[in-house]
Design a protein around this ligand. Structure first.
Ligand code: NAI
Ligand code: 15L
Length: 267
């Protein structure tokens, strides 16, 4: 299925900026939404820019007009004050899903996080790695908000038939920064491949998928992502000699487990 117009929330953020050129297609318009300023359209680039908050139902209603899929990246991407997490990540995700329902948008991809299961022990599921569907064990209020995002996605699929994919993203940056990320890294190119696989699913469903590359030191399973056609072409191992020496943490969430609850952290 070719998707003509895709709304991306949080498009001015790290992932949004990485995905913008990678999701561009001649037959596709990217509608980019963020509170923060967005780069103006480059010559020939098919983008529409929306500045405002995903917490604003009227803005979201207008942003969903003529949209065939939403990629919801917007929100707080690390530990923070509970009231902010609640407002932006939990209430905000409900606002996005409500806007999708009212506008009849059939497909939504939600950016979840490894921190929804941050307290899961590395290796607890055996050699196949931790499955995508493992029940949440959040490591922070942030992780709780991602578990809530997944639950909201499930509700909106079951009630309204929206196709919802929740991506438990490991660490998506240009390069892995430490030993933990040698296991949990997802290359930006692989992230785009995974998003394309989510956009291409034909049967409406609900799924929780790991968003990682096919890393030599994998600790989570790609089974669910591969079931919808994702094929990773990257492996963090090629950066292994560039990351500082260190040990793999005991838990998936790594340093987030030491973050004081409710305190903004710089990780
Ligand atoms: P980021 O913090 O760089 O970007 C988030 C964007 O959301 C920012 O541009 C911000 O202005 C925007 N935003 C915040 N509140 C908003 C609001 N009320 N209305 C509209 N826009 C708002 O985060 P990043 O790295 O781009 O992550 C994107 C998503 O993926 C986040 O939901 C994050 O939790 C999730 N994620 C990212 C990972 C990564 O490795 N980059 C790993 C796991 C999850
Ligand atoms: C996340 O959920 C964050 O959004 C990202 O900034 C990284 O900290 C990532 O997890 C990680 O665990 O490396």
């Amino acid at each position: 299925m070719s998707i003509h117009r895709v709304l991306i929330t949080g498009a001015a953020g790290n992932l949004g900026r990485l995905m913008r050129p990678r999701l561009a297609r001649p037959d596709r318009v990217l509608r980019l939404l963020d509170l923060a300023p967005l780069e103006p359209a480059a010559p020939g680039e098919q983008v529409e820019l929306v500045t405002g908050s995903l917490n604003d139902p009227d803005l979201m209603a207008a942003a969903c007009v003529d949209v065939e899929a939403i990629i919801h990246l917007g929100g707080i991407s690390r530990e923070d004050d509970w009231a902010r997490i609640l407002e932006v990540n939990i209430d905000g995700t409900r606002t996005v899903l409500e806007a999708a329902r009212i506008a009849g948008v059939p497909k939504v991809v939600l950016a979840s996080s490894n921190h929804a299961v941050g307290y899961r022990r590395i290796g607890e599921a055996g050699p196949g790695g931790l499955p995508g569907e493992s029940t949440p064990r959040p490591d922070t209020y942030y992780g709780v908000s991602k578990a809530a995002l997944e639950a909201l996605g499930s509700l909106y699929h079951e009630r309204f038939g929206i196709d919802v994919s929740c991506l438990r993203i490991g660490s998506c940056f240009d390069e892995p920064a430490d030993v933990r990320q040698l296991s949990l890294w997802m290359s930006p190119d692989d992230c785009a491949r995974l998003l394309e696989a989510c956009l291409a699913t034909e049967e409406p469903g609900y799924r929780v998928l790991w968003g990682v590359s096919a890393n030599t030191r994998a600790v989570v399973s790609l089974r669910e992502a591969e079931a919808i056609g994702y094929r990773s072409l990257d492996d963090a191992e090629r950066f292994a000699d560039r990351v500082p020496p260190g040990a793999l943490p005991e838990h998936i969430g790594g340093a987030f487990l030491e973050t004081p609850l409710g305190q903004a952290n710089p990780i």
